[in-house]
Design a protein around this ligand. Structure first.
Ligand SMILES: Nc1ncnc2c1ncn2[C@@H]1O[C@H](COP(=O)(O)OP(=O)(O)OP(=O)(O)O)[C@@H](O)[C@H]1O
Ligand SMILES: [Mg+2]
Length: 220
């Protein structure tokens, strides 16, 4: 341990990914936060094997232009701040520009998006840092597909819990986001079966009633 070396950028990205992404639920959290930051009224999540095999997060938010889509998977690429002082007034859930590149570095990643004007864009990365961008059709909004989380980090993949435990963590993430965003519809589907569904509510009281029943919501 006597030689100091600067890490290869991909290795450095995977190290950072360790802080952002530790299990399927953290991927769902980051992607759903992006959807909410983009003004989505619907956040739909599909998973296979508790998210360990596949996760898809679809939103009806602003979508991205082709140029923004290409940038979004690069480190420190964000639309949410421009200067250090913006950090003090940031209103969005994310602002570091770390989530998408981190997730992409430890999975097979595909993002398809459209602003609803002109055609849409698909960007695919393979965890190895290779990025390919092509035109794709998509309604206004964004869909991100994550296959085989940690396929290139076997030690971390081995650390994943059972499908049941990972699914429960995803439900918890969605529940927390649903409480802070009552007007948004949330749905979680696992292999065609709806696991969690909350229609858009008019306010926090209605959202709490959806989650915990009317009686309990009133005293919360
Ligand atoms: N679902 C989405 N809809 C529209 N734009 C998106 C979506 N997801 C990501 N983006 C754009 O891509 C950028 C990068 O996303 P990413 O999550 O990596 O960083 P961030 O949200 O800015 O910060 P953080 O790393 O703290 O989450 C965002 O700033 C946003 O402009
Ligand atoms: Mg983000």
């Amino acid at each position: 341990m006597s030689q100091v070396a600067v890490l290869d950028p991909l290795v450095a990205q995977q190290v950072v990914a360790g802080e952002v992404v530790d299990r399927p639920a953290s991927v769902v959290k980051e992607l759903s936060e992006n959807a909410l930051d983009a003004g989505a009224t619907r956040v739909e999540v599909e998973i296979a094997d508790g998210g360990r095999e596949r996760m898809l997060v679809r939103d009806d938010g602003s979508g991205m232009s082709e140029g923004d889509t290409k940038l979004s998977v690069l480190r420190h690429a964000t639309s949410k701040i421009r200067t250090a002082s913006d950090i003090e007034s940031v209103m969005t859930m994310g602002f570091r520009g770390e989530a998408l590149p981190s997730i992409a570095s430890v999975s097979a990643f595909s993002l398809t998006t459209s602003t609803g004007e002109g055609g849409g864009t698909n960007v695919v990365t393979d965890g190895g840092g290779k990025v390919s961008v092509s035109p794709a059709s998509h309604p206004k909004g964004t869909t991100v597909l994550i296959d085989r989380l940690f396929y290139n980090a076997p030690a971390r993949r081995a650390f994943l819990k059972s499908a049941r435990a990972e699914r429960a963590a995803i439900v918890e993430v969605l529940t927390n986001l649903a409480i802070t965003h009552p007007q948004v519809m949330f749905r979680l589907v696992e292999q065609g079966r709806q696991v969690f569904y909350l229609a858009a509510a008019k306010d926090l009281l209605e959202r709490l009633a959806q989650l915990y029943g009317v009686g309990k919501a009133r005293v919360m």
